[in-house]
Every structure is written in structure tokens, then in C-alpha cells.
Design a protein around this ligand. Structure first.
Ligand code: F6R
Length: 584
């Protein structure tokens, strides 16, 4: 879970890489490092801290080179220290390696290396010394990388800068790598937004692929074939989609993009959805698999499928293995993932190898997007805020439409979507934004908040609580409002705050539950489409029927955002987190 970008070409690499690595910071941001060609040697600069700070410290903007590799780290093996930052060199100073992944057998490999001087405490350094070892006797760096790749266990993608050749060598397993074919050079990167300003012509590498990246030419091979040809794809977004667009934070930009994305969805042809519905109707069971926020979308989807008579089971990626003895051949799996790189899900794929798989995925070319039989591309553009917002909403909306299609009511659902899009104009109005800010003012100093709701609203509460935890660092616990009286109500005092979601068929019961809580001193911030006596603060949503969750989620995202903003936190880079979770 790190970001890598390399460039080899006739232009100056440094400005491209400086800009590119900033775009990859969402993948990790505890330390930064770079390696580039300078005359007959490799220069390395690295430090702990944010990319921008380290770049300024070394005045990297003023340096020049045509070939280099930059890395932003989210520590896995080895703590956050300068020595552990990548790239990491071999003993001879001939090669530098930037790595994304985990080498499971690194200690064994390290023990097998005699006479090498290790300067870090990372698995990555094993790669540098193993490549060095395998280049002894005149082997090329390409041969050495192949040999080393065969020896390592786990998921590891890495890029090697070799002083004595004119190329970069990259190899992929697990973590993503993509080539960008620009006019005067070639990029290799963890993600397209890092170079899309310079080219939208990309080649996604597959597991096992090795790319030799020259200044004008590249060659892809793997351990079996000497040359592989992959299609060049055109990225479906532009540089504009990958920047903050005038917003203070990506999180706010991405929240505010949602009405436009939902409007765009309204105009699509729904071809994939019509293809998927019959498969689900004839399946014994439909498993909806996701992690974190995407799992919450899965839960919403499963609830809707059940409403339409489909045996739907929401499962967290890491739990899929526990279903191995009950999975039937005609069970269908819907995989929901923004990044398409979540290790908990990828690791579970062998269990469902023979089953039909549908993906609801945002990142094109990602591992999961390739592992599925039918892909519903979320097409939200890059989601760069670590806290997922637009991908959640769009996945849950797609699932709502698919559920409707299984019941033969897709047309009605599309009409509801259109109606919601009209009502959306009244959601993010100044008066509502002002109430959200004043609610944030009340809660930002709290240590703990409850999030309450029933049925669908409870699932939204779970997602809302996750947003509050990750960006505002407030302990936020979502509890089914009906369950509250079975124990948790013991925690309520006149210092307690609860955020309550109220809508739909169980409105009356939810309000009863809220009265019980309020009677014990709890203050209630109600997110609902009409005011209620029980609310101390009322944040108005708009009526959206089956899409009520969209309105509620957007308000909850904004509430978390405003609370974090009030606390002065680094909203796009919450501590200890990274965007795609590629570790188990
Ligand atoms: C929370 C968040 C995470 C992700 C989870 C799965 O805001 O972003 O909980 O939802 O790590 O990631 P994807 O959707 O990329 O599989």
C-alpha cells in the first residue's frame, strides 16, 4: 500500500515525478523517497513526512534527470524511519528498488544473503541485495529481476532503477502497475491520475508481467513468454478530474461531485444491469462481497435484493472463506470495490473460482475488475480522498437499480432516480449546509457519538459512523435503534449525542426508540426529510423513496467532513490510513 511512479524519456523526469507522486499520496504518506540518474551514479533523497515537505527540503524542483523513480510509503514491514523509506539500494550503489507489497519470506531470504550490508529493516531491501547477488557474473538486471521474482512469496510489485543500463525494470504481482505512453517518454506508476496530464494512453500490467521501460520503447514479458502484447487503453478521465477543482479538500470535491454523477447515471443505457438481473434471479444465492465502506454498500444491496425475493448474503472479503462449505455452483458473487485492489477480497477469489462473478468497481484495469465475468464500471473518476464517498453512493445506487431489475421494476427505479436528482437541488442549499456546520460545532469536541437508525437507515448509520471515525477521529458507534434498548442505552447520559437517521416504513418505531433515548438525556441530531419533536438539531434531507439512503449518506459525509474541518485535521490524509488496502 504505497505509491510508485517512474519515468524514462527525453524530457526532464523530475517535474513529472514531483507532480505525479503528489497525486499518489492517497496510497500512503508516512515517508517519501526518490532515486534518479545523475551522470554515472544514482542519487537518492528520502525522509519521513509528507511528500511536499520532503520535496521542498531537498529542493527537488531544482534538480534534473531523464530517468527516475519516486515512492510514497505506507509502512508495512519496518517502522517509519528515513532508512526504511524507499527506494532502497544494494551494496554497490548500482541499483535502487521502490516496492509496493509484502514479501512474506523476506527473513528467510535475508538469512540466505551473506556478506551484504543491510541498512534498513524492510522486506524491500532483500530485493535490492538479491538483485545485486544475481547480477554477479554478468547477468543483466532483467535476468536478475526474473530470478528474484521467482523466489519471493506474497504480493509484490516493484520498480528497479539500474545505474548501468538506460531502462527501468518493473514487475507486478498484486499491487497495481500501469504504463503511460507519453510523447517523449514512458511512465510506470501505481495509478493513472499520477501521469494523466501527460498521456491518457495506458497499459495495465497483469500479475507476472515484467516491463522493460526504455526512453521510447517498452517491452512486456513474463516468466513464460518472452514478449506479451497488451492493448493500449484510453483512460476514461482527464487531469481535471484528478485535481481538487478549487475545493479545499478532495473529500469535499468528491462529496459535491455526487449530484452530477447521479445525473450522468440517469442518462446511461443500463445494458449491464439488464444482463445481470436474469443471472441473479436463477442463482441459488447472491453473495455481495466488499470491505469497509464498500461492504456497507453491499449490505444495502443485499437488503434490497431480499425485498425482491432473492437470497442475498452480504459478506466481508475476509469472511468469504468461512462460507466455503456452503457455496453452491450456481451462487453468484457481486464484488463491490472502489479500488479493485482490496487484498481481503483478492485473496478470497480462489474460493469462488468456478462461480459467476459480477464486479461493481471504480478503478479500470484493477485486479478485481479483471477477475470478474461482468463488470459494472462505476465511472466516478478518480476517488482520491482516503475516505470513500462517491464510490459508496454510486455502488449502492447501482445495486438498487439491479435489485429493481430483478423484480422487473427497473423503469420505476429509473424514474425514482430522476426524481431524486431533481430533489437533490434542494439538498445542498446554504440553509442545510449552515445546520451541518452548527451540528459539527456541537459535536467536534466529543469523544464518542452514537449513530442510530433501523433497517436501511441503520446501514446508513454504520457507514456514517465509519466516516466520522476515519476523518474526525471520534469514536462513533452505530447501533440499530431497536437494539439500543437491549443494553447500549445504559451508556446514555445528558452528555451523550446521537445522530439519528429517520425515514421510510419504520419511521414510527424509530421515533419511539429515539424518545426512549432522549428521555435519558441524550441530544439527538436528526437527519430526516421532516422535522420531529425528538430532534434537538434537525438536518433536512429530501424525500427520495428507495434512494433515501443517498440523501442521508451525502449529509452524513458532509457532517463528518465539517467536524474534521472544525478540528483542523488533515482530512484527505487521515492518520494511519491509506486509500487501497492491499495487506491482509
Ligand atoms: C472508508 C474506506 C474503506 C474502503 C475499504 C474497501 O472510507 O474507504 O473502508 O471502503 O478499504 O476499499 P475498496 O472499496 O477499494 O475495496
Amino acid at each position: 500500500m504505497c505509491g510508485i511512479i517512474g519515468y524514462n524519456g527525453t524530457d526532464d523526469a523530475i517535474p513529472y515525478l514531483v507532480e505525479g507522486i503528489k497525486n499518489l499520496e492517497y496510497r500512503g504518506y508516512d515517508s517519501f523517497g526518490c532515486a534518479f540518474d545523475k551522470g554515472n551514479s544514482i542519487v537518492i533523497k528520502k525522509d519521513i513526512g509528507r511528500v511536499e515537505d520532503v520535496i521542498n527540503k531537498y529542493k527537488l524542483q531544482n534538480l534534473h534527470s531523464n530517468r527516475g523513480v519516486f515512492h510514497t510509503r505506507w509502512a508495512t514491514t519496518g517502522s517509519v524511519t528515513v532508512e526504511n523509506a524507499h527506494p532502497i539500494m544494494d551494496c554497490t550503489g548500482r541499483i535502487a528498488v521502490a516496492h509496493n507489497g509484502i514479501i512474506e519470506n523476506w527473513t528467510e531470504l535475508k538469512d540466505s544473503l551473506h556478506g551484504h550490508k543491510f541498512v534498513s529493516n524492510t522486506d524491500t531491501e532483500v530485493l535490492s541485495h538479491l538483485i545485486e547477488e544475481n547480477m554477479k557474473g554478468g547477468n543483466t538486471v532483467v535476468d536478475a529481476v526474473k530470478t528474484v521474482f521467482k523466489k519471493i512469496k506474497g504480493s509484490s510489485s516493484f520498480v528497479v532503477l539500474n545505474r548501468d543500463s538506460n531502462e527501468l525494470v518493473a514487475i507486478k504481482k498484486g499491487s497495481p502497475l500501469v504504463l503511460g505512453l507519453a510523447k517523449n517518454g514512458i511512465f510506470i506508476s501505481s495509478d493513472v491520475p499520477s501521469f494523466v496530464k501527460h498521456t491518457n494512453r495506458v497499459i495495465y500490467l497483469f500479475d507476472g508481467d515484467m516491463a522493460i521501460i526504455g526512453k521510447k520503447h517498452y517491452k512486456i514479458s513474463n516468466l513464460i513468454s518472452k514478449k506479451i502484447k497488451h492493448n493500449v487503453s484510453i483512460a476514461n478521465f482527464s487531469a481535471k478530474d484528478a485535481d481538487k477543482g478549487g475545493y479545499e479538500h478532495f473529500m469535499l470535491k468528491e462529496i459535491m461531485e455526487q449530484p452530477g454523477l447521479l445525473k450522468k447515471l440517469e442518462m446511461s443505457d443500463f445494458g449491464e444491469i439488464l444482463k445481470i438481473a436474469p443471472l441473479l434471479k436463477t442463482a441459488s444465492g447472491v453473495y455481495l462481497v466488499g470491505a469497509g465502506t464498500s461492504f456497507h454498500a453491499a449490505r444495502l444491496g443485499a437488503r434490497m435484493f431480499r425485498e425482491n425475493g432473492i437470497n442475498a448474503i452480504p459478506v466481508q472479503g475476509q469472511d468469504l472463506i468461512t462460507y466455503k462449505n456452503v457455496i453452491l455452483p450456481n451462487d453468484v458473487f457481486i464484488i463491490i470495490s472502489q479500488s479493485g485492489e482490496t487484498a481481503d477480497i483478492i485473496t478470497a477469489l480462489p474460493i469462488i473460482k468456478a462461480n459467476r462473478k459480477i464486479g461493481i468497481i471504480n478503478v479500470e484495469g484493477s485486479t478485481l475488475s479483471r477477475a470478474v465475468d461482468i463488470l459494472v464500471s462505476l465511472n466516478t473518476g478518480p476517488e482520491k480522498s482516503v475516505a470513500s464517498t462517491k464510490a459508496f453512493t454510486l455502488s449502492a445506487v447501482y445495486l438498487t437499480l439491479i435489485a429493481a431489475a430483478t423484480a422487473g421494476t427497473l423503469e420505476n427505479a429509473i424514474s425514482d432516480l430522476k426524481l431524486m436528482n431533481i430533489n437533490m437541488y434542494n439538498l445542498l442549499v446554504p440553509s442545510v449546509l449552515a445546520v451541518i456546520r452548527s451540528a459539527a460545532e456541537k459535536i467536534n469536541r466529543l469523544d464518542s457519538i452514537f449513530f442510530l437508525g433501523r433497517d436501511y437507515n441503520y446501514i446508513v448509520a454504520v457507514e456514517a459512523a465509519l466516516k466520522m471515525k476515519e476523518v474526525a477521529y471520534i469514536h462513533a458507534e452505530a447501533i440499530d435503534a431497536a437494539t439500543f434498548k437491549h443494553g447500549p442505552i445504559a451508556l446514555v447520559s445528558d452528555k451523550t449525542y446521537a445522530i439519528a437517521f429517520v425515514s421510510g416504513a419504520i419511521e414510527k418505531e424509530t421515533l419511539n426508540n429515539l424518545q426512549e433515548v432522549k428521555a435519558r438525556g441524550c441530544k439527538i441530531i436528526g437527519i430526516a426529510n421532516k422535522p420531529q419533536d425528538v430532534f434537538d438539531i434537525f438536518i433536512r434531507t429530501q424525500d427520495a423513496g428507495r434512494f433515501d439512503f443517498v440523501m442521508q449518506a451525502i449529509i452524513a459525509q458532509l457532517l463528518a467532513y465539517e467536524t474534521a474541518r472544525k478540528k483542523g485535521l488533515d482530512i484527505d490524509h487521515p492518520k494511519n490510513l491509506a486509500k487501497s488496502v492491499t495487506t491482509l
